[in-house]
Design a protein around this ligand. Structure first.
Ligand code: KE4
Length: 421
């Protein structure tokens, strides 16, 4: 594929923006080559500035569950836009979206809108610290919860992709308040609580990890985690920024039948516009200003355009959508496994990862052992055929409601052709 204009734009961007990107995961660092500049998106496809069309399996890293530029979402944003872009006051749409989240997720009594998943997780951890009076938190190696200081310790996603699981600029005083455990390993959690029985405010987890590639939490592990948190007086925070309304109408907690103390959301509830949210039990959430002593605020929190996009998107997330997504995902998984190729797929509904290994992938160490050079070759092979996958082995891919059997068939044929080559 010719990408002359994309290359030119990247050259210009690098003179203006660090690395030419506004988020490191877009930089193609681990797959080589240069990031592709997109000009438009519609349904299941992206079109780059050189006119090349791609079947998109990134979906803006998760938000686009109903497909790009869905007419209902576009219309909702246009209607909101005609009334102004931001009021800086409460507005009805904020209560509408809050009500939709609360109605769908049994563990949520109250929810606060913010502007990103990072804000949501930062706020949830501050709230847990305020509610418990404790300072330490536990996260899991390979999980990513945004770029808040407390989370950039053995973080996943771009932090892993760039090979810098710990970030510079995080003071020791903050870093040492974050303990790290091993995903799907209950003993590693018990060991941390044994060392700090009264210091741990919260355990934060991606119940289905998406930021070291897709790795579902084992049910017994998540149930055991909830029991330990209850016993030890720590809050359990499900970071559902990626899984919320993705893997089930009530997120991963709905899939597993669990009720965490706090949950964080983002991506889908913004329908492609900047939104994050955190919520949970009333007695905890009432600690948040202006009701309680834990402060959190935001100029554009609850922005009317973002609320309109989120409301329209969630309205489209009905039973028929989830059935369609599960059918596409399950059929693809079955057909891929039938090829008996040295590739492992982990999947949860419409989020999945193709791991370059023939071995099972149940934790961070398994991902780190994958053939990264082969992943890079596969990514670029697919890109040149017109398939846009996440540019890192440490990311999840997504199917949208705009995808159909032809799009998944094209991905399957691409896998076959790659391994036949
Ligand atoms: P944002 O601040 O990027 O909106 O959300 C942070 C976040 C929190 N929790 C989870 C489970 C997440 O997946 C994310 C963000 N995910 C990455 C992709 N793996 C966003 C892409 C990016 O960083 O540009």
């Amino acid at each position: 594929m010719i990408r002359a204009k994309s290359q030119r734009l990247f050259e210009e961007a690098r003179a203006l923006i660090p690395g030419g990107v506004n988020s490191p995961v877009r930089a193609f660092k681990s797959v080589g080559g240069e990031p592709v500049f997109m000009a438009s998106a519609a349904g299941a496809t992206l079109t780059d500035v050189d006119g090349n069309v791609y079947v998109d399996f990134v979906g803006s890293w998760g938000p686009m569950i109903v497909g790009h530029a869905h007419p209902r979402v576009v219309e909702a944003i246009e209607q909101a836009l005609s009334k102004g872009t931001s009021f800086g006051t409460p507005s009805e749409a904020e209560s509408r979206l809050a009500r939709m989240v609360i109605d769908r997720v049994p563990s949520i009594d109250l929810v606060r809108m913010v502007n990103s998943g990072t804000e949501a997780t930062m706020s949830a951890v501050r709230l847990a610290r305020g509610y418990t009076g404790r300072s330490k938190i536990i996260k899991f190696e390979g999980c990513y919860h945004g770029h808040g200081d407390s989370f950039l310790i053995k973080a996943g996603s771009g932090a892993l992709t760039l090979g810098v699981p710990d970030s510079q600029g995080v003071p020791e005083a903050i870093a040492n308040q974050t303990l790290v455990a091993t995903f799907n390993d209950l003993h590693s959690i018990e060991a941390q609580f044994a060392l700090f029985p009264e210091d741990i405010a919260a355990v934060i987890i991606e119940p289905i990890a998406g930021n070291m590639g897709c790795i579902p939490g084992e049910k017994a592990f998540l149930e055991g985690l909830q029991a330990i948190c209850e016993r030890m007086g720590a809050l359990l925070i499900f970071d559902e920024v990626m899984t919320g309304f993705r893997v089930h109408p009530a997120g991963a907690q709905g899939l597993y039948g669990l009720e965490p103390d706090l949950s964080t959301f983002g991506k889908i509830i913004g329908g492609g516009l900047p939104v994050g949210a955190y919520g949970g039990r009333r007695e905890i959430m009432e600690m948040i200003a202006p009701l309680g002593p834990v402060y959190q605020a935001g100029t554009l929190s609850g922005n009317p355009l973002a609320m309109a996009a989120g409301i329209a998107t969630l309205e489209l997330c009905d039973e028929s959508l989830y059935t369609h997504l599960e059918t596409l995902g399950a059929d693809f998984e079955t057909e891929l496994k039938a090829l008996n190729l040295p590739i492992t797929i982990n999947r949860a509904g419409s989020m999945f990862t193709l791991f370059m290994t023939a071995r099972p992938v149940a934790g961070y160490a398994d991902v780190a052992a994958c053939d990264m050079a082969q992943f890079s070759s596969f990514f670029n092979f697919a890109l040149d055929i017109g398939i846009y996958l996440p540019p890192s082995q440490y990311e999840a891919a997504f199917i949208s409601g705009a995808h159909g059997a032809p799009e998944l068939e094209k991905l399957l044929e691409t896998v076959k052709a790659f391994f036949a080559g």
